[in-house]
Write a protein that binds this ligand. Structure first.
Ligand SMILES: Cc1cc2nc3c(=O)[nH]c(=O)nc-3n(C[C@H](O)[C@H](O)[C@H](O)COP(=O)(O)OP(=O)(O)OC[C@H]3O[C@@H](n4cnc5c(N)ncnc54)[C@H](O)[C@@H]3O)c2cc1C
Length: 373
């Protein structure tokens, strides 16, 4: 049995993108427990690129990956990966100072600018005017075509000579000489380096390797789609939310997608929506918009998994040789994927942080496993 250089566990966006970059520097095997690679978080996201979102480190990672979505490598995909969406943030009475702070903190490359109430209503006529006193607009928020991005990464892995094995849950990891023997779907695979990109199951996969947990907490977020009010030009609506509050809505395939922005800690699982969260989302829609939720909406839930400081983890385990963590992508894993994949390929191959990323202030230490205690 020949050993591959890199065995990647989990073929969501994190594992698929890392496998693509790793396949340029060594042999790769990408292993997925499910029959469908995007079955968990990757297939359940809101699919937005938002530059002014997340911690300073997350923003640097996203800024570094921005160009990839517009000009991916030659032959990567024929489909556009992003398209304009825009984001409208509203302030309720008393929230005006929080809105001004949001405007002040936006990046010069992706400004958020104040908007009059009339202009806000012109962009989002479904919002109830009596509910807000001020508004701001971020033109740079993009819709991402997550499926096109994910499939392009998976195709790219194969084109670069890598293998994808689905329906093959990893159940055991054993050190063997200077590498690993990995049991996946009942088959043994040898690898020099194992990359743990198992999403919400990151700590469970770490335990198989004898690594200390990173304190990963999967958090459930519920979403649903409802019919838009008759006559509304749905596709031109921006993302709409209230400053500092969880709930949001955006267009999705001719309908409206809405979420409470809930963050309920749960065990890793094939997570399903709770009736109460669906009811609360419907109530929010009916309170703040002209939407009337007449029939049972199509609802789903997904997991956003965080370590305690909220930043992603990418790096070799401090005590288990050849075991690389790529977890904790939280609510930004799609937009961070191009940059985290490049970082993973460099560090897992024993190289330093790529110079352009280091120049943006992205450090190995900030991503280091074990930093969150
Ligand atoms: C409602 C919602 C909205 C979101 N909105 C956005 C957004 O607008 N923009 C954004 O960038 N991000 C968003 N996110 C976050 C984003 O979806 C995640 O950060 C990202 O999908 C994480 O990808 P992943 O590959 O790490 O995890 P996953 O997609 O969950 O992939 C992990 C894979 O590992 C596999 N696996 C686990 N254990 C094993 C094992 N033992 N053996 C083999 N395989 C295994 C799983 O089956 C799974 O397929 C959102 C998330 C949710 C839930």
């Amino acid at each position: 049995m020949d050993a591959v250089d890199f065995l990647v566990i989990g073929a969501g966006i994190s594992g698929a993108s890392a496998a693509y970059e790793l396949a340029a520097v060594g042999s790769v095997c990408l292993i997925e427990a499910e029959a469908q690679p995007g079955y968990h978080s990757t297939g359940r996201s809101a699919a937005l690129y938002t530059a002014n979102f997340g911690s300073p480190l997350v923003r640097k990672i996203n800024a570094a990956g921005y160009g990839f979505f517009f000009t991916p490598p030659d032959g990567f995909t024929d489909l556009p990966l992003v398209s304009p969406r825009g984001a409208l943030t509203l302030a309720k009475p008393g929230q005006e100072a929080a809105l001004a702070a949001l405007v002040a903190q936006s990046s010069p490359d992706h400004p958020i600018v104040p908007l009059s109430r009339d202009a806000a209503l012109a962009k989002a006529p479904l919002m109830r005017p009596e509910r807000f006193t001020a508004a701001a607009y971020e033109v740079g928020v993009l819709d991402m075509d997550v499926d096109a991005l994910h499939q392009a990464y998976l195709r790219g892995v194969k084109r670069r000579g890598g293998a994808l094995q689905c329906s093959a849950p990893v159940t055991a990891l054993r050190r063997d000489g200077d590498g690993w023997i990995v049991m996946a779907g009942g088959v043994a695979v040898r690898a020099r380096v194992v990359i743990n990109a198992a999403g919400a199951w990151g700590d469970a996969v770490g335990a198989l390797a004898g690594a200390a947990p990173q304190g990963l907490v999967p958090k459930r977020r519920t979403a649903m789609t409802v019919d838009a009010p008759p006559g509304l030009a749905v596709e031109s609506l921006p993302l709409v939310e209230y400053v500092g509050e969880g709930p949001y809505l955006k267009p999705e395939a001719g309908a409206l997608m809405a979420s409470l922005g809930d963050e309920t800690p749960v065990a890793p699982q094939d997570v399903q929506p709770e009736e109460l969260d669906i009811a609360l989302t419907a109530e929010w829609l009916e309170t703040h918009t002209q939407v009337s939720v007449k029939r049972a909406p199509r609802a789903w839930a997904g997991l956003r998994s965080f370590v305690s400081d909220g930043d992603p983890v990418a790096g070799f385990d401090p005590t288990v040789p050849g075991f690389f963590w790529l977890i904790g992508q939280g609510g930004y894993g799609i937009m961070m994927a191009p940059t985290l994949a490049r970082i993973t390929a460099a560090l897992a191959a024993g190289q330093p942080m790529p110079a352009d990323l280091a120049a943006r202030g992205i450090t190995v230490a900030a991503l280091r496993p074990g930093r969150s205690g």
